[in-house]
Ligand binder design. Structure first.
Ligand code: IYR
Length: 221
């Protein structure tokens, strides 16, 4: 049975107003940076909820919304995540699991296996993708375009966090399967990305990187 339909009538704006809004939004998003130096200042839980609700407005295959945001501000949970992530990353960086080309690509960013911020940030949010769902009847139902849907939700989450004046990082400890057990997630879920959430530290520094110009990211045919 198709869903009932409702009117969708967003206001039609004058072009100069559209241009102003688009430019303002670009300028704001262009100020976003991935942060690895966080303040320990507390962040109210409702701000994290707002970002999750914003992320959850993402379009998704057949509107299945195949994502779960697991949030924690508990010191013991954050500590266990830090220890497990650092163990994996130590094998990556020091144990030779990262191939030479990957280490070379990361060199300008100056990352290493130490992830102290995972323990000191007020919140950690782990985004899980639901590969399928299990109905109340115990029957498996398909999810569609899961990676694309969850990727879009992750982007909206980043934008929402930044828009509120908070900072985060798309951290993908590799492999990240330890998060499924540590956070007691069901078999249908796989961790996709971990976001430490907080304010940037007062002495926060970020790499002085440049974004590709339009001419390198857009072609007209
Ligand atoms: N997961 C590792 C390595 C890493 C990989 C990529 I691709 C980055 O853009 C940054 C880091 C880490 O978190 O250090």
């Amino acid at each position: 049975m198709p869903l009932p339909t409702i009117p969708y009538r967003p206001p039609r704006l004058p072009e100069d107003e559209m241009r102003r809004r688009g430019g303002d939004f670009l300028a704001e998003m262009d100020r976003r940076r991935s942060v690895r130096m966080f303040s320990t200042d507390p962040v109210p839980r409702d701000l994290v909820e707002l970002a999750v609700r914003t992320a959850s407005t993402a379009p998704s295959g057949a509107h299945m919304q195949p994502w779960t945001f697991v949030i924690s501000g508990k010191p013991e949970v954050k500590r266990r995540i830090r220890l497990a992530a650092e163990e994996e990353e130590r094998i990556n960086y020091q144990g030779g699991r990262l191939p030479a080309h990957w280490r070379a690509a990361l060199e300008p960013l100056g990352t290493d296996w130490h992830k102290p911020y995972l323990e000191t940030v007020p919140w950690i949010v782990v985004l899980f993708e639901q590969r399928y769902r299990v109905g109340a009847d115990g029957v498996r139902r398909h999810h569609y375009y899961v990676k694309e849907s969850v990727g879009i939700a992750a982007g909206l989450f980043l934008a929402a966090i930044h828009h509120m004046g908070l900072a985060t990082l798309t951290h993908t400890p590799s492999p990240m399967a330890f998060l499924t057990g540590l956070l007691r997630r069901p078999e249908n879920e796989r961790p996709m990305c971990l976001f430490p959430i907080g304010y940037p530290a007062a002495d926060c520094m970020v790499p002085d990187l440049a974004r590709k110009p339009l001419s390198e990211v857009m072609v007209e045919v």
